[in-house]
Write a protein of this length. Structure first.
Length: 238
């Protein structure tokens, strides 16, 4: 039995999956324990990667890890869920990289744990526009779309209110003219409005439909097209 147990441990450690129906429940328990250790090691490795300031692509890694973790089997029962969620909440509020903070908000939506809701609601008041939108989108994903603060935050950006007050992250080239810079800024604003519109369209309530109908009359052609498409996809019965 000791030999069989050792064999199962070695096979798991080398990433091989085998079926050994003749082994006892003690061996299966050993396999599960080793698998659990492997999962913990992988998660700790990922967390180290997304917190490593020398990792040039860690902002993208933050998003990718949340998606991969959320796709895992029985993720709602994962013993590491709290560890991951708490890590993302810490990144959301304390990381010096603004893009990491934004993707941490998005990631909390992917992770699907309602315990993140208070942190995300706090982030609705963040100074950064993208973080506010992503926090609201994550709350919609978690089922809090009908919350008045969530809806009003997204509506604010969908309607393009007070754009001069938006804290938009945009980098200009030194060679750009004033006109080119203004065009880039307007394109960024449009992109943010579109993102907010996609999120709010998943809140299936009458005032969402009314909002999208209003947006079909927006002066901007792209805004009108997005609103028409979302109305068709989300609210018009086929």
């Amino acid at each position: 039995m000791k030999t069989a147990r050792l064999l199962s441990v070695l096979l798991v450690c080398f990433g091989l999956t085998v079926v050994m129906p003749s082994f006892s429940s003690e061996t299966v328990s050993c396999y599960a324990q080793v698998k659990l250790t492997q999962d913990k090691n992988k998660i700790e490795w990922w967390i180290a990667e997304i917190k490593d300031p020398l990792n040039a692509q860690r902002a993208q890694d933050v998003r990718d890890f949340a998606e991969k973790f959320s796709e895992g089997e029985n993720i709602t029962k994962s013993p590491y869920r709290e560890l991951v969620v708490n890590t993302y909440i810490d990144l959301l509020f304390n990381d010096p990289n603004i893009k990491v903070r934004e993707n941490a908000a998005t990631g909390l939506g992917f992770l699907g744990d309602n315990k993140a809701a208070p942190a995300l609601k706090k982030a609705l008041d963040d100074k950064d526009t993208e973080i506010r939108i992503e926090a609201a989108g994550a709350l919609v994903r978690l089922g809090f779309g009908k919350d008045e603060k969530v809806f009003s935050t997204l509506e604010y950006f969908v309607r393009g209110k007070d754009v001069e007050k938006w804290n938009i992250r945009i980098t200009y080239l030194t060679t750009q003219t004033t006109e080119e810079r203004e065009k880039d800024k307007n394109n960024s604003i449009l992109g943010l409005r579109q993102q907010a519109m996609w999120y709010i369209a998943d809140i299936n309530i009458p005032k969402t439909k009314s909002l999208l109908e209003d947006m079909t009359k927006d002066p901007g052609e792209n805004v009108r097209k997005w609103a028409e498409k979302l109305l068709k996809d989300k609210f018009i019965k086929k």
